[in-house]
Design a protein around this ligand. Structure first.
Ligand code: UDP
Length: 254
């Protein structure tokens, strides 16, 4: 049987949310099961998100991250991803885990290829940013499936060990509860991700808890010569996607 694919998506209500979640849900629908879409909101589940999930035709779990009521920082979904990881650990969901932000664009090919990952897979991501200082590509340079280097940029080069975008890697969930089998670098719980506040180090500090070095990674596909997903940076740079005045949102509990 095919490996379970566990897609983790932090999300929140904003004018483009329905557009984003539908776009992502529709590519997930094209994938052969088994697939589980874990969608996580902060503080409360919204009716908007529930409705979209219910009608998507994809197996899903709608979770709420409520352990961080005081956090005013915009953490780009860190706590929500941790909620999903806790859920995967608690229920020992055995599959390939992928962090898919709601606003990025993913090909079916990417999702299909993830099933071949044994331990930790990584690939280059197309970075669609308006800033000229940002890399066009982030992720591995490979010789076959071996990772031999990284596409990077001046700004992130000094602070990152691994130059991977959040949407540029996936891993076997058994790494979370079976560190010995996988020679995981630390026995500390992965939830340490919480301590990282913002910016470039988020991904690398997570990855450093799962693999020791490039030798434990698999470049996907061999040669890493394909772009299979794109990371958009639109909202953070513009305030133009706000709800129209008077728009109302309701909260409810799942
Ligand atoms: N996100 C969220 N709450 C927030 C900010 C972001 O749930 O307050 C989610 C967002 O929906 C996306 C992910 O976290 O799935 C990454 O957010 P964003 O795209 O803003 O980060 P960037 O692309 O700038 O890294």
């Amino acid at each position: 049987p095919d490996k379970l694919l566990i897609v983790v998506t932090p999300t929140y209500n904003r004018a483009f949310q329905a557009y984003y979640l539908n776009r992502l849900g529709q590519v997930l629908r094209l994938l052969r099961p088994p697939l589980l879409w874990i969608v996580v909101e902060m503080n409360a589940a919204s009716i908007e998100t529930s409705m979209i999930l219910r009608n998507m035709g994809v197996a899903y779990r709608h979770l709420v991250c409520d352990n961080n009521k005081s956090a005013a920082i915009k953490d780009r979904g860190v706590h929500q991803r941790n909620t999903a990881i806790e859920h995967i650990e608690t229920h020992k969901l055995d599959g390939i885990v992928y962090f898919a932000d709601d606003d990025n664009v993913y090909t079916l090919e990417l999702l299909q290829r993830m099933r071949d990952i044994r331990r930790f897979g990584t690939w280059p991501v197309g970075m669609m940013a308006q800033s000229k200082n940002k890399a066009v590509l982030e992720g591995p340079i490979c010789s076959g499936n071996e990772v031999i280097g990284w596409h990077t940029n001046e700004k992130s080069k000094r602070v990152r060990r691994f130059h991977v975008d959040m949407s540029g890697f996936a891993f076997n969930s058994t790494i979370l509860w079976d560190p010995k089998r996988w020679r995981r670098p630390t026995s500390a719980p992965i939830r340490q991700l919480d301590t990282v506040k913002e910016g470039f180090q988020q991904e690398t500090s997570f990855i450093e808890q799962v693999v020791e070095d490039e030798a434990q990674m698999e470049g996907v596909p061999g040669g890493c010569d394909r772009i299979m997903n794109w990371h958009l940076h639109l909202e953070s740079s513009h305030g133009m996607f706000d709800y129209p005045t008077g728009w109302m949102l309701q909260q409810h509990n799942v």
